[in-house]
Design a protein around this ligand. Structure first.
Ligand code: PEP
Ligand code: MN
Length: 450
């Protein structure tokens, strides 16, 4: 890794999706302050995650990446973080059993505060008048409320991202190492879901198999009690705002390589993956495991060029391609990419983002997705990899541990009208707690069939 370019050099490359701040001195002050803050993650942990992603790319592990589309500062509460963590751990246990390999747990949390938007401005009717304001770009940039004060990009928010991420990650570390995430405990939650919810009942058979497996392991004294008691959990976010990400980049004292120490894994979004753009340049200099989204417009040559730039040494686990084609296009679109990348000997982990190609707006104005499309995209992803003899390394979902109503369908048969009941996401719709568990059991069934 060479020395990382300055912020000015990066901006000179043309950075997409950046806020327009009106006070450059305040931006510089926030960046200077961030540069003095302690790292949120240790480079060695990033390397551990990289090794696990490498294992997933060989089929020796499976990645579960999940969490909010956009975290919010008010949402960084103990209840919220606990519920999110709990549902991800529950999903992971089911997937571990079905895949018979370790599940690498990566949260979209403790840093997922900046959002790319399709438009710079948003227009709404307010008291019969048409009002246009800057689009909401995530709590890292501005407020969700539709007022000029709230929508003004405020660089002070970058410091708030740091503090909210630090407290979230602290709680996650406490939960995952302090006993809350004990495997038997997590399995008990799953048993409760199966026993107490109409949707859960369908998965009784698998839950009791897991039950028997755990009882058996306990009976024969297998499984290090310590291993049962704690889990590894990693943080990830889209590294979108150059000011924040650059300020949180540090030289690792062990290796002298630069790492982004604001999260274990960071990814490049679909809208910022221009080969000669600032984001790809920045990512090419850090040593974290990184992701790059690939949507239906990505060609195999794009993928190859990105891999050459982002992982020139072909280091295993370094690069994850997170594909987001949509259920309708994955079976036609994905094979060509995977085939060519594989034929060139490029080492990547393929992860299926089953959300972002399946978003649409309902007639009553809600951004939503169909549960069935999410499931179908995962099935398509497995089908494509099976046909090619390549490895499906994991899935990415947007979800929450709460009983929100943002995605239609699934066993609870939420319909368009039901969305109004509890729609809380500030950007993209998330699977709720029941839908997340249901998806985990259904994907587990797919894995076992495979
Ligand atoms: C996201 O992951 O929330 C996102 C914006 O995805 P994409 O860049 O693939 O559109
Ligand atoms: Mn999203």
């Amino acid at each position: 890794m060479s020395e990382i370019p300055s912020l000015e050099q990066l901006h000179a490359l043309g950075a997409a999706q950046q806020p327009t701040y009106d006070d450059p001195a305040a931006v510089a002050a926030a960046v200077a302050r961030l540069r003095t803050m302690p790292p949120l993650v240790f480079a060695g942990e990033c390397d551990d995650l990289k090794a696990k992603i490498a294992a997933a790319s060989r089929g020796e592990a499976f990645i579960l990446q999940g969490g909010d589309c956009a975290e919010t500062f008010v949402g960084a509460t103990a209840d919220n973080v606990r519920n999110k963590l709990r549902v991800l751990l529950q999903m992971a246990v089911v997937l571990t059993y079905a895949a018979s390999v370790p599940v690498v747990k990566v949260g979209r949390l403790a840093g997922q505060y900046a959002k790319p938007r399709s438009s710079d401005k948003e227009t709404r009717q307010v008291d019969g008048e048409s009002v246009t304001l800057p689009a909401y770009r995530g709590d890292a940039v501005n407020g969700f409320d539709f007022t000029p004060e709230s929508r003004r990009p405020d660089p002070q928010r970058l410091l708030e991202v740091y503090h909210a991420s630090a407290s979230t990650l602290n709680l996650v570390r406490a939960f995952t190492t302090g006993g809350y995430a004990d495997l038997r405990q997590v399995h008990t939650w799953n048993s409760e879901f199966v026993r107490n919810s109409p949707v859960g009942q369908h998965y009784e058979a698998m839950a009791s198999e897991i039950d028997r497996a755990l009882t058996f392991m306990q009976a024969i004294g297998a499984g290090d009690p310590d291993e049962f008691h704690r889990v590894d959990f990693y943080s990830s976010h889209e590294a979108l705002l150059l000011e924040y990400e650059h300020a949180m980049t540090r030289i690792d004292s062990r290796t002298e390589n630069p790492y982004n120490v604001s999260g274990h894994m960071v990814w490049i979004g679909e809208r910022t993956r221009q080969l000669d753009g600032a984001h790809v340049e920045y990512f090419s200099h850090i040593s974290n495991p990184i992701g790059c989204k690939l949507g239906p417009t990505a060609t195999a040559d794009d993928a190859l060029a990105l891999a050459a730039k982002l992982n020139p040494t072909n280091e295993p686990g370094r690069l994850t391609f997170i594909t987001r084609f949509g259920a309708e296009r994955i079976r036609d679109g994905l094979p060509h990419l995977v085939e060519k990348v594989t034929a060139e000997g490029v080492d990547v982990a393929w992860v299926c983002d089953a959300m972002h190609g399946n978003t649409f707006e309902t007639s009553n104005g809600y951004k939503t997705r169909r549960f069935e499309d999410v499931l179908d995209e995962v099935q398509g992803f497995f089908d494509v990899h099976r046909a090619l003899g390549t490895i499906p390394a994991g899935i990415l979902v947007e979800n929450t541990g709460d009983d929100v109503t943002e995605i239609i369908g699934g066993g609870e048969e939420l319909d368009e009208l039901g969305l109004a009941h509890r729609y809380e996401s500030v950007v993209d719709p998330r699977l709720n707690r029941v839908q997340s568990l249901e998806l985990a059991f259904l994907v587990a069934e797919m894995l076992r069939r495979a």
